[in-house]
Design a binder for this molecule. Structure first.
Ligand SMILES: *[C@@H]1O[C@H](CO)[C@@H](O)[C@H](O)[C@H]1NC(C)=O
Ligand SMILES: *[C@@H]1O[C@H](CO)[C@@H](O)[C@H](O)[C@H]1NC(C)=O
Ligand SMILES: *[C@@H]1O[C@H](CO)[C@@H](O)[C@H](O)[C@H]1NC(C)=O
Length: 433
């Protein structure tokens, strides 16, 4: 720990001045809003939150499986490499499974919600272009969309890739598969084709046109997922879209940035940052475990008001996660500082707190600025209509990522402008304009 602290203590000052020049031309991709786990009547959608949590558990489980396969066992915990390059206590857990009762309910009630939308944007694949609506995910590294060969009803309403219509597509050996823990999965063959996002091209981009699709996508307007994390986590064991684009020189800089808001105006910026969307100088932090494939930074602290509740942990910044997850003991300690909070769902690690509370939650990294989380992002709604207790956007889950690793999703990302540099292996935060 001491070594680690010494090694990275200077990270923030060294990096504060990073690449002002990267504000050159980039491409702005408008995103629509992510599906909410708060219902229209302001109450917390417990079933949906369970599905999302299980999907996140399995996504990161799959990341670890991919990492181990791509990089060998030492990339995980059983290591011969120095401890500061890996996450102590990380392990591939067994698949998280959606309870049977909920699976049945899913196929009935969850399907009828049409207020659903995600922070999704358009991409095209192939020549001529076939269009898809995509979830941009900094917490995974593969691109997949439904194939015209998908016969599942879940695929009916989706845009589908027809390989025989594309002059530039070609099949590669291998299969792609992700399990969702609800008895279904996403799987397909492996292809290469040109992928284009608002003029940023990646030629011969590896991806999977999937022929099975999890029921989890039944009521989801999104066709597929585009992973923005590092190649080490790729199930396809190839360069993710953004890495291909950087190598092929079709983006001006190896940097992308997100503004995520509850209203309109969410954008992904490819090839730099959009300086009209933030104020001040961004604060940058070096990746704490470079080479492990995650967008992970260390030296984190979480505050309630001015009190430091937990400190010196690692955080994976994951745009594909709606809320935030931390190790159970740390999360318990956190809620103990919010008077009137209670464990609400033991299995899922959800806590409630008094709706009237104004807990002033913030994170900092390496002793830098305290980045406040908007109360509206943290509060997921009343636990039931008329209740004085509301659900908190931080849940207690051991995701297998390590003893000291939290996953920080949209609940935090909505409060800042976030910048991801593959060129410098840093993540930056800035105040929203
Ligand atoms: C895919 O495109 C080919 C060539 O135009 C066409 O014959 C075929 O019907 C298409 N497949 C589907 C499932 O739409
Ligand atoms: C995926 O689901 C299909 C049926 O939908 C099943 O045949 C296949 O074994 C599953 N694959 C995995 C890896 O779970
Ligand atoms: C967001 O955009 C939609 C569609 O363009 C529009 O109907 C709606 O009024 C906008 N909402 C806000 C808060 O600007």
């Amino acid at each position: 720990m001491l070594y680690q602290a010494t090694l990275f203590a200077g990270a923030i000052s060294l990096l504060a001045a990073t690449s002002a020049e990267s504000q050159a031309q980039g491409i702005r991709i408008p995103l629509t809003k992510r599906s909410s786990i708060t219902k229209a009547d302001g109450t917390f959608d417990h079933d949906k939150a369970i599905f999302q949590t299980i999907a996140i558990q399995n996504k990161h489980r799959q990341n670890l499986i991919n990492l181990e396969r791509n990089r060998g066992r030492e990339a995980l915990n059983k290591a011969s490499i120095p401890f500061f390059l890996r996450n102590i206590g990380s392990e591939i857990k067994s698949l998280a499974v959606v309870p049977e009762t909920l699976r049945r309910r899913q196929s009935e009630t969850l399907i009828n919600e049409n207020d659903d939308s995600e922070w999704a944007g358009r991409i095209s694949i192939g020549t001529p272009a076939q269009e898809f609506l995509i979830d941009f995910d900094t917490g995974s590294s593969d691109l997949w969309v439904p194939s015209t060969s998908c016969k599942k009803s879940t695929c009916n309403s989706k845009n589908k890739y027809n390989a025989s219509l594309s002059a530039t597509g070609s099949q590669r050996p291998g299969v792609f598969s992700i399990e969702y823990g609800d008895g279904s999965n996403v799987s397909g063959s492996v292809w290469e084709d040109i992928v284009c996002i608002s003029g940023v091209n990646a030629i011969n981009q590896i991806f999977s046109p999937v022929i099975t699709l999890s029921n989890a996508f039944n009521n989801d307007p999104v066709d597929g997922v585009l992973g923005l994390a590092f190649p080490q986590l790729s199930n396809l064991n190839g360069d993710p879209f953004f890495f291909t684009a950087v190598k092929q020189g079709t983006v001006p800089h190896g940097e992308f940035a997100f503004k995520l808001t509850s209203g309109n105006g969410s954008t992904l910026f490819l090839g730099g940052r959009d300086s009209s969307l933030f104020v001040g100088v961004p604060e940058f932090h070096a990746l704490s475990r470079p080479g492990n494939g995650f967008w992970q930074i260390g030296g984190a602290s979480i505050f309630v008001g001015s009190t430091t509740v937990v400190s010196n942990f690692d955080t994976i910044i994951d745009s594909g996660t709606t809320i935030m997850y931390g190790p159970p003991s740390a999360v318990k300690k956190f809620y103990s500082k919010i008077h009137g909070s209670k464990l609400y769902d033991t299995t899922m690690g959800f806590y409630s707190f008094p709706c009237s509370a104004d807990p002033l939650i913030s994170f900092s990294w390496n002793g830098g600025h305290k980045w406040r989380i908007d109360d509206t992002s943290f509060n997921l709604g009343q636990i039931e209509d008329g209740s004085m207790q509301c659900l908190g956007g931080l849940a207690a889950q051991d995701l297998g990522l390590g003893d000291n690793v939290w996953v920080i999703g949209d609940s935090f990302m909505k409060s800042v402008y976030s910048i991801f540099s593959v060129q410098q292996s840093v993540i930056g935060f800035a105040a929203l304009a």
